[in-house]
Design a protein around this ligand. Structure first.
Ligand code: CTP
Ligand code: CA
Length: 224
């Protein structure tokens, strides 16, 4: 047990956490991906477990080890993550979409490596939109299931971050949206994080700054 002294306020709750970043294959050796390390999602899984929850961690290319004592499901692409998340959500009390999901994937996956001499000086890739898993979860899970989304924005100010977040939660239909700011050197792969949690109305219901573990506890406090 990671933290035997932890308050057991999530005892018996079934919590699904997606973490990491999905990758979309382009050919057998290349993919389109993003810079998510999975650290915040893994911290959520670890703290939820320590607080008594039964945790399913749906992991997309984590840079860090998964915590012990959670059910681990590996998902590489967005479609794999979607299938795993919908299945796990059907028997969950809470679903937390911390994963960074690729918005687009190559329209065609080449089954032979793309060769420079067949392309020339410019290569145009056609991409198609991926399904929005969070929207689908929010629309299909029963109302008693708590659905939590994340949004990492390149906002220049707190006001802009809140404005982007309020617009996003309206579009997504989830119960809570965890907002943070990202940039070239901010957010990704760091051990610390700063977040604001919005409810459906766009009201601030939580705020935290510190280690990704302490931020995970603050997010779980809102959910609990
Ligand atoms: N998400 C998802 N499926 C997608 C894209 C995003 O489930 N195809 C989820 C993410 O896991 C996150 C939330 O939606 O919890 C917000 O992701 P974000 O990328 O911020 O939102 P988008 O709607 O993709 O908007 P944009 O990237 O244009 O800001
Ligand atoms: Ca996106």
């Amino acid at each position: 047990v990671q933290d035997p002294g932890a308050v057991q306020d999530l005892r018996g709750r079934r919590i699904v956490v997606t973490a990491g970043g999905t990758r979309e294959p382009l050919d057998p050796v290349r993919f389109l991906g993003n810079r998510s390390s999975g650290k915040q999602g893994v911290a959520l899984a670890e703290r939820a477990k320590a607080r008594g929850a039964e945790v399913t961690l749906i992991a997309a290319h984590l840079d860090v080890a998964a915590p012990e004592g959670v059910r681990l499901v590996e998902a590489g692409t967005t479609e794999e993550l979607r299938t795993a998340a919908l299945a796990a959500a059907s028997v969950a009390d809470v679903v937390i979409m911390a994963a960074a999901v690729a918005d687009f994937r190559p329209a065609e996956v080449q089954h032979v490596k793309i060769k420079k001499d067949q392309v020339g000086e410019r290569l145009t890739l056609e991409l198609v939109a991926n399904p929005d898993i969070l929207v689908e979860l929010a629309a299909t899970t029963p109302p008693e299931v708590t659905v939590v989304g994340f949004a990492a924005e390149t906002a220049a100010s707190r006001e802009e971050l809140l404005e982007l977040g309020r617009r996003k939660i309206g579009r997504k239909g989830c119960d809570y949206l965890v907002l943070n700011t990202v940039g070239w050197s901010e957010g990704f792969a760091q051990d610390r994080n700063t977040v604001v949690v919005l409810d459906r109305l766009g009201d601030i219901v939580g705020e935290a700054s510190g280690s990704k573990m302490s931020v995970a506890d603050a997010i779980l406090d809102v959910i609990a």
